[in-house]
Write a protein that binds this ligand. Structure first.
Ligand SMILES: Cc1cc2nc3c(=O)[nH]c(=O)nc-3n(C[C@H](O)[C@H](O)[C@H](O)COP(=O)(O)O)c2cc1C
Length: 215
């Protein structure tokens, strides 16, 4: 297969739906709820997966994480606080989120500021996770270099033995949730001829201003 030939030939036209300012709900979180529900009903794979972008010194870094809640307009996910992303967030609280729901030809971009959720929220969520995932969170020094897979599995097995009596596994302090408070949303609906719809919400003096951007 010729990669560049294949790339040149990849082209689909987006005609699934349209979006106008007058279609949009006043609250961007409600608009997000609506599109998220559409993504679930349309059986998009992992509809709660989003690209989280952070800043490492001057360098953007991005990776996928899973949205686990939206509470009072704040978007919550869980991770290792000592991971690369955890360290980047420690230094710079400006982040962006990108959701892609391809079967619907939709993208949502969110920008905002991030902070840790309270310990009780992390504790509650940690206890709801499968035991194997709890042990994984205790065992894995996320984003650290490891020599090989075997070393990683040894750490897991050691922790598994430690907790083999079935006792409750306490949440490690290095693991927990973050919440993002948005100040910008863009709802992107793919359209024919690359004339896509882009409707934005920007927070200004506590109110949401809604406008359209050129594609
Ligand atoms: C579909 C998918 C879901 C993921 N969900 C999470 C998640 O919820 N939390 C997390 O820490 N990492 C998650 N990851 C792994 C991250 O993308 C990333 O590899 C990891 O968090 C380390 O990132 P960092 O080194 O930039 O901190 C997920 C990856 C994929 C592909």
């Amino acid at each position: 297969m010729d990669l560049n030939q294949t790339l040149e030939n990849l082209r689909i036209s987006y005609q699934a739906a349209t979006l106008d300012v007058c279609d949009c709900l006043k609250e961007p979180t409600k608009q997000f709820d609506l599109w998220f529900e559409n993504a679930v009903v349309s059986k998009c794979d992992e509809p709660n997966a989003f690209v989280l972008s952070t800043i490492h010194q001057n360098q953007p870094r991005a990776r996928v994480v899973l949205l686990k809640g939206v509470h009072q307009g704040e978007f919550v996910f869980f991770t290792n606080y000592e991971s690369d992303k955890g360290n980047e967030i420690e230094h710079n609280q400006n982040v962006s989120l990108t959701f892609l729901w391809l079967p619907l030809h939709r993208q949502v971009r969110i920008e905002g500021t991030i902070q840790k959720v309270d310990a009780a929220t992390s504790d509650t969520y940690f206890q709801k996770r499968p035991r194997g995932s709890q042990i994984g969170a205790v065992a894995s020094p996320q984003s650290q270099k490891v020599n090989n897979r075997e070393d990683l599995e040894k750490i897991f097995e050691t922790k598994e033995k430690e907790f083999s009596n079935g006792e409750v596994i306490p949440r490690p302090s290095h693991w927990g949730g973050y919440k993002i408070s948005p100040n910008f949303f863009e709802f992107w609906q793919g359209r024919d001829n690359r004339m896509h719809d882009r409707i934005c919400y920007e927070k200004k003096n506590g109110a949401w201003e809604i406008y359209r951007l050129a594609p």
